[in-house]
Design a protein around this ligand. Structure first.
Ligand code: 26Q
Length: 806
């Protein structure tokens, strides 16, 4: 039944009395938030059950998206929007004197991920449900999410993220669905009477995996899918083994914290156990469900189940599926392998060598003995079958176990029927460079699926002023079909529309300016260009290049205070992995440069540098709508896709980019005139690698601007960075500038100068901004998941329940 304002108010009051024995006037925001949460849950609980029954009754093929990270952020407004009651709720609350925004602030940002990969998984969850596709997430319920970042004296300090402290309203603990996971000990094989090999476990530890389910509500379609996250516990029958507090703690630590590293491989036992834990629990629960509910022969599994391996962290899906099919379901190896490859598919998210997961044989064998045996067998059979067809070297380079290590990407490719990259350029690099050997062996397995973003969240929810302008100008169909944003192209010369867009941007900039003032005490004007770089701090993403340019502007302004450049606010948001020393050095340098510039009276507010603490989904939602310039300046070939580039574009920011990742497709979408491209191409970068002709020293010697900027790091110009400044300087000059910042510096500066000029022409700028919004529709994750569904998962949308329900 539709919920109207009066019913809503009545129900809210009643629930408040039931939950807290309290009247509206006496309730805190916290109490109101939780009460509203129970009301929202009640609105989707029937559809959650119905969706589930529908999938089971119709025996729909379902996909299970395995990811060690999910980064949903806050869910209140997204759930309200998708239930079709966001506006009504806001108005009803306002009638009661309650501000929805204030209540929304109470919710903890669910940050069970590091960055791009985890956020993508959450955008996919939203889109899978919104496209009425049968799909579920499978991951880990960390007690602590990604660390909270604070700056002390300009240094990053990490604090624990206690997101569960006051409970999590959205999750449902499903005790009855718990499963056991075996790790450690020894496994040996004995022959049974019928001649089959049977594994015998000795001294293993048994972990109890308890699932917590969260509803993934589709957009106005009555579809509610499930995100299942696993938490570790001690099984009752093992209690006596865990007498000491330390022993308990060790076990419970397994799902305590998210590894705060991205694009970096850390061969640590606990990480490997984490990976196996959620993989084994997930696959066991899939098989259990299949046998109990679908009741088809296990040989037909691939007709009903598809499993997606999101980067290599869940690669153990392959041997774990083999274990269950062979050890527990008694299938032959050949049968089991056929099923496994059909069920599995894999996405690669990075080409950085240091991010490619490998585990030593020793660790794998000790931690997961049965997994290791199975991987060994997969490897041996791979070599045997391939050496007949392919050269020995090629087979050696592509096998799973090499040089004492287990290569998880190799396992994922060999054990699945599909390997995809996340942007056209990235997928091409996989095929022709990084995974070229595999492309020779399995050409048909490779494909591209360009990333996308949940456009309802990243426009409708976070940028209401812009959403209103769109509604007024092109109608409301863009909300269902983001391709309709294209209609905006009809207004590129309409001054009234351009002005409205400018006004919306101004409102967002003011809101961000207020937030900046509140959190940093620094005042910024909305007439300045808001120039934004928000992403994890990583050398290849080149936040340092941004800083080098800022220092150049600073030095120019000191020398020529009368310059008529546009005012700029440079905004950074970035966390560094706690163990990533160089990234932390860059944070310190940006913060000290910011201090210098923001407080220099000569600069007179012409440039401001703002590094906002604790970049996360919630902060992104404040920054993105206010951005004028989107910095996407990674060294070409290093950024697999990027997704903030899409979010910023959708919100009308103009992109300043290298031809890397999805930037290439953004350029294709908006045309060369509506984007600022600079720097080496990926081809040129590879050429440098080949002829080793790069000399940072030479660029330093020959270019006085570069020299002056770099010297600022070591001559005291930027204060308080005696060690850090030297380290930066040395990384560029002594260690030959691994990411070619100095090579791209000049063309970056030129692109920035063009932006400066363009911004001065308001109509020109606003038109570019419009064209970016209008062409962002193609980067909707709805489209992306539809492509996965059709090409890889082979799943079909549920027929509309709206129609069925009448
Ligand atoms: C591995 C082993 C041990 C500990 C941590 C890790 C680890 C964790 C996270 C390795 C990598 C990641 C995350 C990678 C990631 O976020 N990649 C990004 O994925 C986005 C979505 O496809 C792309 O848009 C980005 O370009 C890519 O960098």
């Amino acid at each position: 039944m539709a919920l109207d304002k009066e019913m809503f108010k009545k129900e809210l009051k009643q629930r408040l009395r039931e939950n807290y024995a309290m009247e509206l006037e006496d309730a805190t925001e916290q109490e109101l938030f939780y009460t509203l949460g129970t009301l929202v849950k009640a609105r989707y609980s029937d559809a959650w059950g119905d969706t589930w029954k529908y999938y089971v009754n119709k025996k729909k093929k379902q996909v299970y998206y395995f990811s060690i990270e999910f980064l949903p952020g806050k869910m209140l407004k997204s759930n309200l929007l998708n239930l079709g009651i966001l506006d009504m709720t806001r108005e009803a609350l306002a009638d009661l004197g309650i501000d929805l925004e204030k209540l929304a602030e109470v919710e903890k940002d669910m940050a069970l991920g590091n960055g791009g990969l985890g956020r993508l998984a959450s955008c996919f969850m939203d889109s899978i449900a919104s496209c009425a596709l049968p799909g579920n997430g499978n991951g880990i319920r960390y007690d602590y999410g990604l660390f909270k970042q604070r700056f002390v004296d300009g240094y990053q300090v990490e604090l624990p993220d206690e997101w569960l402290q006051s409970g999590n309203i959205w999750e449902v603990r499903r005790e009855s669905k718990a499963v056991n996971v075996r790790v450690g000990g020894h496994v040996y094989l004995t022959k049974t009477n019928n001649g089959k090999l049977k594994p015998i476990y000795e001294n293993e530890r048994v972990l109890r995996a308890v699932p917590y389910d969260t509803a993934m509500v589709g957009y106005e379609n009555n579809v509610v899918n499930t995100l299942r996250l696993w938490s570790v516990e001690i099984p009752d029958f093992e209690e006596d083994k865990y007498q000491s507090i330390q022993g308990r703690r060790e076990l419970e630590d397994l799902t305590a914290v998210l590894y705060p590293d991205d694009s970096n491989e850390h061969g640590r036992l606990i990480r490997l156990t984490q990976e196996y834990f959620f993989v084994s629990a997930g696959i066991q629960s899939i098989i259990r469900r299949y046998k109990k509910r679908i009741q088809k022969p296990i040989q037909k599994l691939s007709e009903y189940v598809s499993i997606h391996i999101n980067d290599t962290h869940p690669a153990l899906c392959v041997p774990e599926m083999m274990r269950i099919l062979v050890d527990e379901e008694d299938l032959s190896w050949e049968q089991a392998w056929d099923i496994t490859v059909k069920v599995m598919s894999y996405t690669n998210h990075t080409i950085m060598a240091e991010a490619l997961e490998k585990w030593t044989i020793e660790l794998m064998r000790r931690t997961l003995p049965r997994m290791y045996q199975i991987i060994e067998e997969i490897d041996a059979r791979y070599v045997r079958s391939m050496q007949e067809i392919h050269p020995h070297d090629l087979v050696e380079r592509t096998r799973i176990i090499r040089d004492g290590q287990v290569h998880m990407a190799h396992l994922s490719i060999i054990g699945s029927h599909s390997t995809n990259g996340v942007a056209k350029l990235h997928s091409d690099l996989l095929k022709f460079v990084v995974l070229h050997d595999f492309y020779i062996i399995y050409p048909d397995r490779f494909n591209n699926k360009t990333n996308g973003i949940a456009q309802r969240r990243w426009l409708q929810i976070v940028n209401e002023p812009l959403a209103h302008v769109l509604d007024e100008t092109i109608g409301k169909t863009w909300k269902q079909d983001s391709g309709d944003l294209k209609l905006l192209m009809n207004y590129q010369s309409d001054q009234v529309v351009l002005d409205r867009l400018a006004k919306a941007k101004k409102i967002n900039k003011q809101a961000l300016a207020d937030y900046i003032a509140e959190t940093t005490g620094i005042e910024v004007g909305t007439d300045a260009i808001f120039d934004v770089q928000i992403k994890r701090l990583h050398a290849y993403k080149r936040q340092l290049l941004n800083l080098l340019h800022i220092m150049k502007l600073y030095q120019d302004l000191k020398e020529n205070p009368g310059s008529n450049m546009q005012k700029r606010v440079f905004i950074f948001g970035a966390k560094a992995a706690p163990s990533y020393h160089y990234a932390k050095v860059i944070i310190k340098c940006i913060n000290e440069a910011a201090n210098l510039i923001n407080n220099d009276p000569d600069i007179n507010d012409r440039i401001k540098v703002i590094f906002l603490e604790n970049y996360n989904v919630t902060l992104a939602e404040k920054i993105i709508p206010a951005a004028d310039v989107s910095e996407q300046i990674s060294l070409a070939s290093k950024e697999a896709s990027g997704t903030s580039n899409m979010k910023l574009m959708l919100n009308g920011a103009v992109t300043l980019a290298t031809l890397d990742g999805a930037n290439v497709e953004i350029r294709d979408a908006v045309g060369d005139d509506n984007i600022y491209i600079f720097g080496l191409t990926e081809k040129e970068v590879y050429e440098y690698y080949e002829n080793q002709g790069y000399s940072a020293q030479q660029l330093y010697d020959e270019n006085p601007v570069i020299r002056r900027v770099l010297n600022a790091f070591i001559d005291g110009t930027i204060p308080n960075i005696v060690y850090e400044g030297r380290e930066i300087f040395d990384s560029l000059i002594k260690h030959n500038d691994e990411y070619f910042l100095l090579r791209d510096f000049d063309s970056y500066v030129r692109a920035q100068e063009e932006i400066d000029k363009a911004y001065g022409d308001h109509t020109f700028w606003q038109r570019m901004s419009l064209i970016n919004i209008a062409n962002a529709g193609r980067f909707s994750s709805d489209e992306t998941v539809r492509r996965y569904a059709e090409d890889i998962w082979k799943i079909e949308p549920k027929d509309s329940l709206v129609a069925e329900k009448g």
